[in-house]
Design a protein around this ligand. Structure first.
Ligand code: ZN
Length: 341
């Protein structure tokens, strides 16, 4: 807007100058019949119309007809992004979207209506607001509507949840292990009482630094989202990946964050949860030993314990999971690249 006004002003003053010089020329010299007066180049008005730096950019663009690079960046800087952007229009079940809101100061003023069953929470990040929206692996392929509104915008999007096949895995586990863990009401109650609440709390700073690293070098024995059948009984889908590794292998923090859970519980054994902020967390189950405490900050790659076989486990391995709020997402997504906010 400012640039357009400036160009108009420059054009107007140029025209005035031109007419002034031409008029002066005509008066002093007189015109020969059939001869057009050839005026001098218009002089630059001495009237201050804008700060010098901005005026220079506008005049350059006007005179040369070629927009110089400097004025391109100036113009781009003046274009304010507004409204909301989604990181993608398609998402796998078990994936997540990044929502970015521009030109809104108050995260509370932004509301998002969507069918994915979690509360979208925005946080200030640099010059905008950002939120992570997970899509649980149980969502059927199809089109889903997201409507977002703030003080300055109201927008709707159609997001396509893609088709993804999750294989089935049959497990044979000692019945005593099953009974003391996934079949045990006290083990489940303990998990829901102690672990579940941490899923709904998160820091307001994005603490992750780059892509997540594989917490142990090991073979993946169970993939993300697999339908599990334990001793012939269909159970829960697998919320993470299992990495088989020898007992005692160091387990590393997949990224920087704050330890929000570190304790032995019946269902998942020696368990660590690291909060990376904005609802993003990583989970480490079945460890033999723990070397971190709740409340502690850990750096990406820092040891947090060792591989074990505690809780619902058939042998030494690490169950590694990534969640956005209370929804598990495919860890491969954050191994590939850090969530861009
Ligand atoms: Zn597992």
């Amino acid at each position: 807007m400012k640039i357009r006004w400036l160009l108009s002003a420059v054009a107007f003053f140029s025209l005035l100058s031109y007419l002034g010089v031409w008029g002066y020329f005509m008066l002093t010299r007189g015109a020969e019949p059939g001869e057009l007066p050839v005026p001098d180049p218009p002089f630059v008005s001495s009237a201050p119309i804008e700060p010098a730096s901005e005026a220079a950019g506008g005049e350059q663009a006007e005179v040369s007809g070629v927009v110089p690079e400097s004025s391109v960046s100036t113009a781009a800087d003046l274009v304010e992004k507004q409204g909301i952007e989604l990181s993608a229009s398609e998402v796998d079940p078990g994936g997540f979207l990044v929502l970015t809101v521009y030109d809104e100061q108050d995260p509370q003023a932004v509301t998002v209506d969507h069918p994915f069953g979690v509360t979208v929470r925005f946080y200030p990040v640099r010059d905008h607001l950002a939120a992570l929206l997970p899509v649980k692996y149980t969502y059927e392929p199809g089109q889903y509507l997201i409507t977002a509104s703030g003080e300055n915008f109201l927008e709707s999007f159609t997001v396509t949840v893609k088709d993804r096949d999750f294989p089935t895995q049959e497990l044979v586990v000692e019945q005593s292990t099953v009974d003391s863990t996934i079949n045990s009401s006290s083990a489940n109650e303990e998990y829901y009482a102690r672990v579940q609440p941490t899923k709904f709390q998160s820091g307001d700073q994005a603490l992750w630094e780059g892509a997540f690293l594989l917490p142990v070098e090991g073979r993946v024995t169970t993939e993300f989202g697999m339908q599990r059948i334990t001793n012939g009984v269909p159970g829960e889908r697998h919320g993470g990946i299992d990495l088989a590794a020898p007992l005692g292998t160091p387990v590393l923090a997949a990224n920087t964050g704050r330890v929000v859970f570190a304790d032995l519980i019946a269902l998942t054994g020696n368990t660590v949860c690291i909060d990376h902020g904005l609802g993003l967390k990583s989970w480490y189950y079945h460890m033999d030993t723990l070397s971190v405490e709740e409340g502690q900050m850990v750096q990406r790659g820092e040891p947090i314990g060792t591989v074990g076989s505690t809780g619902f486990s058939t042998g030494p391995h690490l169950h590694f999971a990534v969640s956005v709020w209370n929804i598990y997402v495919d860890p491969q997504l954050v191994f590939d690249e850090a969530p861009a906010i």
